[in-house]
Design a binder for this molecule. Sequence first.
Ligand SMILES: Nc1nc2c(ncn2[C@@H]2O[C@H](COP(=O)(O)OP(=O)(O)OP(=O)(O)O)[C@@H](O)[C@H]2O)c(=O)[nH]1
Ligand SMILES: [Mg+2]
Length: 638
Amino acid sequence: VDGLIIGTAGHVDHGKTEIVRALTGRETDRLREEKERGISIVLGFAPLKLGEGMSAGIVDVPGHERFVKNMVSGAVGVDVALLVVAADEGVMPQTEEHLEVLRLLGVTRGVVAITKIDLVDSELADVTESEVRDLLAQSGFGDFPFVRTSAVTGEGVEDLKEALEKEAGLVGSRKEGDFFRMPIDRVFTRSGIGTIVTGTTWSGSVGKGDELVIEPTGKRTRIREVQSFEHTLGRAMPGMRAALALHGIRVDEIDIGCQAITPGKLGVSSIIDASVEMSWLKGSKLKNRQRVRFHHAAAEILARVVLLDRDALEPGETGFVQLRLESPTVAVWGDRFVIRSYSPMHVIAGGRILDPAASKKRRFKSDTVSILEDLNSDSEKTRALALARDAGSAGFPVSGLVRFGMTREAADDTCAELTGEGLAFAVGEMLFDAGVVEKKEKEVVAAIEKFISGNRLIWGMDREELKEKMGLQNGPLFEFMLERGKGTGTLFFREGRIRAGNGERKLSPDDERMLGEIEAAMRSAGYEFQTLSDLAAAGADPQRLVSYLRILQERGSVVRVLKDSYMHADHHGALLAGLRKMIAEGGSITVGDFKDTFGFSRKFAVPLLEYLDGEGYTRREGDMRVAGPRLAEVDPDE
Ligand SMILES: Nc1nc2c(ncn2[C@@H]2O[C@H](COP(=O)(O)OP(=O)(O)OP(=O)(O)O)[C@@H](O)[C@H]2O)c(=O)[nH]1
Ligand SMILES: [Mg+2]
């Protein structure tokens, strides 16, 4: 069974701790200083048995305005609020501030206890009750049930328990998630046990022997024992109060506000993008780059707020911000937080984390705002697509979606839906926005066409050159686009080159005439290979000659025999066939035999035989040539 957390809220001295004692029989003020001063300072905890085997953890917060920091750290995991208002005092500043904290953290359920009714007549209790109803209505809360109580006479305590039980029954169960995560709100040692941390578990479950990392310090530890309210548990489930006894880590290595997390799941970050909502409380205002107190997951971290889409935020307004933290934290999409002003310390805003590990952003950029609007969506598809769009041609790793409020399974399902609908492409582990890919494909075609129009004699653009030009050296997108181009018949491939539009090169009549002339020159040269300079001397444009020769090679009318040396393909074929016949008859040949048979000088014979050795048609043995491994491939009738 999942846990459930009830959190007290209310002004100092209004009877929070007393009512928790009346409900649970537990004293949550444990510090000597708390007992001496008669006020709560730190968080207190007590278990509350509800009907039908349900049980809840109560977090009792201090009401004094100096300890709002502690109140907020206790409020982060609350499912049901227990708003305590003393009948004799009515709504006071921390009644409002605590309620605002709960609202900004997204708490929607609660019960109001009008306490100390033994001190007032029912008329005054009515006045207090109507004040609280007004406050709830103003803050946009629904109708909370009201119960009048006295910790002195015990009046209303059972009714309060029933009301809490009813609200608790309406809270949906938490998603377990892929990993364990618990903000730490207490750290202490117990002799014979060692270091113990406590907190409200946010996601996942843990048991004895499990490994954890304490962030942001990165220290590893293993769980010695799991308890909840002094009872040893097999596993701690989400939404529980849990005490974890830890191996191999000292108390002074852990601070309140650290998080205990399954290792390898989340990294630390200091830049966070978020949506914020300003408090309705008087004087709530945020200016760009204002220094604030960022309360998140039981930690208070100083930060500057960069307003991304506004010049300033006034009470009740909403906007997108970038939080630049002065020390790192571990955040996940959807985490709620509260912002207090630096000095004096007042609750001024709250919000939800949209990008837990952002990079610095400039203000007033429409792209940024549109991505953040999508990340502010509860639809997993909308978020995943926004991340893919933002990642551009680099793509977004599917595994990274886990930091954006999805389990790995949900991430895979989301990607499958997006690709099924043609909105995205999944290539290996990366997700690409379909619009981004289609735009890039157009750029690829344009780059190839531009290249070809400037190099009309070259069949296509070099693959590696294209990849670099597109900035796609890293990642799988380039290969993916080529495959798609092949599939749709828009791209053509030949020997490391890529052509767009059609697979055939269009040559001008002038080019065709030049090609004919070169071929004729090669043919009349017979077995004597022609070098580039031979051909240039015969009148061919040396600039274009190499391209023309490449085209003739592609057409199969010319063979390159040595560097810068070419032979007509008919003569090349006849040469090989003649060679095969000679060696078949005599077993071997000399340079002299070769020269005489084909009728050329030593100047041609020696380099040609070296070429034939290199190609594997012949093999040198002393002064003789014997058959090479490839000679058998030669067509003897050529
Ligand atoms: N007569 C009367 N006194 C009460 C009642 N509840 C609490 N008190 C007294 O009010 C004082 C404050 O009670 P606490 O329960 O400590 O108040 P709190 O809200 O926990 O105070 P902080 O935690 O410091 O914010 C104590 O002296 C209690 O005895 C009640 O129902 N009737
Ligand atoms: Mg108290």
